[in-house]
Ligand binder design. Structure first.
Ligand code: UD1
Length: 368
């Protein structure tokens, strides 16, 4: 069974790694990785391939950034050629980035079965580019692999037939489980001169938060409030640093006392930073899940989440009101001991990729 695995941007790499490993371990399965090139820097891409034990992508499309139409159109054209040459038995996409939607459309239109891993998540906010990618991909894929109960409910509401839907757990947590021990050996805390549980970790990169001056100013205020509790490690995404520079705010950030400003981190470094943080403030999707698994308090600077289990069972708090004052109130409460311990959601056990492999192999055999 020949499978094409698609990756494009940073959050895809840790989801594909366990799937690639599981397929490689099966004697009748062969998988090849296509990287669309949406994320291309050493720190946004290559370091993940190295640390996660992925091979160099078998195909690198090099499409890079640009408008979403530019990215998707060019990815589709290049991916069509690959599918024509490779004639796989299946195309597998993960998550909700532009590559996910572009390659699922190309695959389905060319008559290949498509599997979507991390299906059914919905924030209800179609202003998020990821939400549109999720809806498109789920509407057309043949196999939908779900990470949490809400995904089953959402797909049922959208009239997706039950036989296409499989609740398998979370492949991103597979990576976390696999690499957690190894991450303990990296020296990132010493390097940044912070001690375990004595710092707050921050990331921010959503266009809705960082593409305008008001959002950036809110983030600066949040950093200042957080440094009144503990040192703050801010692992800044290129979108955010570019925009801070564009609005002339970067220097103000650099000068905040108690702030350790660093660029994007490797997988192992960031895992260690999460594992040892007193609190994480973020607008990421994936970090909500990782902190839930690690049972580290998380405040998500968004007013909706496509991953409600992280609030219901996990350690996550949503900031309904994107106002630095309410963030401060919540942060003060957490630092005063009012965090949630949470529980680990069902099937987040490090074995999701194996379940996906076994289901796909069985389906392939039954149709052969
Ligand atoms: C993308 C995903 C988002 C994911 C995020 C994680 C979509 C719609 N969005 O958003 O879901 O949470 O990745 O990082 O697919 N840049 C670099 N170097 C790189 C990559 C990007 O400098 O290697 C710069 C680009 O110049 C670009 C900016 O960062 O202007 C943003 O990158 P882009 O890929 O457009 O979107 P993300 O915000 O990263």
């Amino acid at each position: 069974m020949k499978i094409i695995l698609v990756v494009g941007a940073r959050p895809n790499f840790m989801k594909i790694a366990p799937i690639y490993r599981a397929f490689e371990a099966h004697e009748d399965m062969e998988s090849k990785i296509v990287h669309t090139g949406q994320h291309y820097d050493e720190k946004m891409s290559d370091i993940f391939f190295n640390q996660l034990g992925l091979p160099k992508p078998h195909f690198y499309l090099g499409i890079g950034g640009g408008s979403h139409t530019y990215q998707k159109a060019n990815v589709m054209l290049a991916f069509e050629k690959i599918l024509n040459d490779e004639q796989p038995d299946l195309v597998l996409v993960v998550g909700d980035v532009n590559a996910t939607a572009a390659c699922s459309i190309t695959g389905v239109k060319m008559g290949y079965p498509v599997a979507h891993v991390e299906a059914g998540l919905r924030s209800g906010d179609r202003n998020m580019p990821e939400e549109v990618n999720r809806i498109i991909t789920d509407a057309i894929s043949n196999y939908l692999f779900v990470t949490e109960h809400s995904g089953l409910v959402n797909l049922a509401k959208e009239n997706v037939p039950d036989e296409k839907v499989f609740f398998v757990g979370n492949v991103m947590i597979d990576s976390l489980v696999h690499f957690r021990e190894q991450s303990k050996g990296v020296g990132i805390l010493d390097e940044l001169e912070v001690s375990a549980k004595e710092y707050i970790l921050m990331t921010m990169h959503r266009p809705a938060n960082v593409d305008h001056e008001e959002g950036l100013k809110s983030i600066i205020q949040i950093i200042k409030d957080a440094t009144s509790h503990k040192k703050v490690v801010f692992a800044i995404h290129p979108r955010t640093s570019n925009n801070l520079k564009k609005y002339g705010l970067y220097e103000e950030v650099e000068q905040i006392p108690g702030l350790v400003l660093v660029g994007p981190q490797g997988y192992l470094q960031f895992l260690k930073l999460m594992d040892n943080a007193a609190l994480i403030i973020t607008d990421s999707g994936g970090i909500q899940e990782e902190t839930t698994f690690l049972q580290v308090p998380c405040m998500t600077f968004r007013n909706s989440t496509e991953r409600p289990i992280t609030v219901e069972l996990g350690t996550n708090f949503l900031m309904q009101d994107l106002n630095p004052h309410s963030v401060k109130e919540q942060m003060d409460a957490i630092m005063a001991g009012h965090a949630k311990q949470g529980i680990i959601p069902p099937l987040w056990d490090g074995k999701a990729a194996e379940r996906i492999r076994d289901i796909l192999y069985q389906e392939h055999q039954s149709k052969a």
